[in-house]
Design a protein around this ligand. Structure first.
Ligand code: URA
Length: 247
């Protein structure tokens, strides 16, 4: 693999930042200063250091994005900006979104190149839970909450799995003309599921944000359109979540 590609994929910087680092003689390969960004290295066996820090080969990469509204969850689109457009080219080629958020939905979206993990996280078999902040025109009645928590007919073959309605942990200003905000925890990822559940109990989603997927909580420090790599602990949690049982 080219040295500059290796460093970019390890998250050291963009191609041009990495080239600058190399030209400043801050990168070594097997204890020798590297001066050619195009030199070929063997990931996993050559010892690569940048700025004195060892850069180990990552078989997979894992990111969270705070998805803004107006952006579609796809790898490419002719007309619209996609969630991949927030990432540099070297990651764009590698990452795949874990499931989908609607164009107007904001919040937590995981992206990785770990296909086996993606499969498990989105498979209905593993029931990885997802928590959403749902802004609605008025507070749900007790009857509506009961129906959501028992499982709802939303027009599919089967009713939804029992979900959980929560009052948000923190005060949250209703958006888009909403008057009430609830948190909804679901265990599936059906098409427009939250919106269809709201409609099935006579309500309407005016603003929707995903806060959590399994054990991974949206990092509040990320503004919309910002992303960060998952920590090793977060990656371990995702593996646990996708084994089917919660920690
Ligand atoms: N449910 C929806 O209706 N939309 C989303 O984007 C996610 C869950």
């Amino acid at each position: 693999m080219r040295l500059d590609k290796y460093l970019c994929e390890a998250g050291i910087g963009t191609r041009s930042e990495v080239k600058k680092l190399i030209s400043k003689k801050k990168v070594t390969v097997n204890d020798r200063c590297a001066d050619d960004p195009g030199m070929h290295i063997a990931p996993g066996s050559d010892a690569v250091f940048a700025d004195g820090k060892e850069i180990t080969f990552k078989e997979h990469v894992y990111y969270m994005l705070n998805k803004p509204a107006g952006v579609i969850t796809a790898s490419k689109d002719r007309n619209d900006k996609t969630v991949l457009d927030f990432f540099p080219d070297v990651l764009k080629d590698r990452l795949e979104p874990v499931g989908r958020l609607d164009k107007d939905t904001e919040g937590l979206l995981l992206l990785t190149d770990d296909g086996a993990l993606i499969h498990r996280l989105i498979s209905p078999k593993y029931h990885v839970d997802k928590e959403y902040e749902v802004h609605i025109p008025e507070m749900l009645s007790e009857e509506a909450v009961k129906r959501i928590e028992e499982g709802l007919d939303i027009g599919d073959d089967k009713p939804t799995l029992p979900a959980k309605v929560k009052i948000p942990d923190r005060m949250c200003e209703p958006k888009c003309g909403a008057v009430a905000v609830i948190n909804l925890i679901i265990h599936e990822g059906r098409f427009h599921q939250v919106k269809r559940m709201a409609e099935a109990v006579g309500s309407k989603v005016l603003y929707l944000k995903r806060l959590r997927m399994g054990s991974i909580v949206l990092d509040e420090r990320l503004g919309t359109g910002e992303y960060r790599e998952l920590t090793q602990q977060e990656i371990d949690y995702l593996y646990e979540d996708s084994k089917g049982g919660k920690r």
